[in-house]
Design a protein around this ligand. Sequence first.
Ligand SMILES: [Zn+2]
Length: 285
Amino acid sequence: MYNAITVDVEEWFQVSRLRRRYRPEQWPKLESRVVENVSRVLVLFQEYQVQATFFIVGWVAERYPEIVYAIYEQGHEIASHGYQHQLVYEQSPAEFARDLRKSIDVLESIIDEPIKAFRAPSFSITSKTLWAFEILKENGIEVDSSVFPVKHDLYGQLACPSQFFKIQVPNKGFLTECPVATLTIWGKRFPIGGGGHLRAYPFRLIEEGIRALNAKQIPAVIYFHPWELDPFFPKVNTSIFSTILQHHGLYNTENKIRRLLNRFNFTSLRDLVKLSEIKDYWPTW
Ligand SMILES: [Zn+2]
């Protein structure tokens, strides 16, 4: 069966943990690594003949439209990761709507095709920001991957289903939600789908986790950032905790992704949703 591989395209200095250290006004002065890192990801996917979904920060797309076009030309799905990589729960509904619209406009001006998928920075759609689903739907988004149904200091903590489900948006139909892969052990959900967990966990654990999900006919959604394949990205002098989280396992990430691509079938969320029969509904209102 197929699983989904997704990439959150952002600069190393845009990660949510650094949002108070590097303000958007400072971004233009910092060393950009994104073009080189995305190129590395594209070569990797070409080697394995894999299609993926790329959630791209609008700020990056505006500065480097050529990488958006290069991703698109290889047949991957282009999706929004917001314009300025702001956490949803740190914005008002109006600010979120503006930021989302701007990101979609930038991407659609480059590829001339409607943007239909979205992922909130750091999976920041929570029980307090359910209004975001309505705004997504109003802006043409059909597939969302903004919830990470586990306990985490930045992520959503939503008590929603852990596999693909439909969200009913009042008077506007449905949105398909695709949470990142989690594994339930002794009634507790563990994230296995990406980011720091992909870097920190032993490969066997992730492999067995995906196999366990697939055995139940549940596809796994995996994600990573292009900077996670870049062992040379600038060292950030921040708290020890954040430094460990950000740098742990960087040398090994490409190797782990290669092993995943070798062992499992992956495609974009766009194609995986088409292949999936979605039975779960999640009433939020
Ligand atoms: Zn992000």
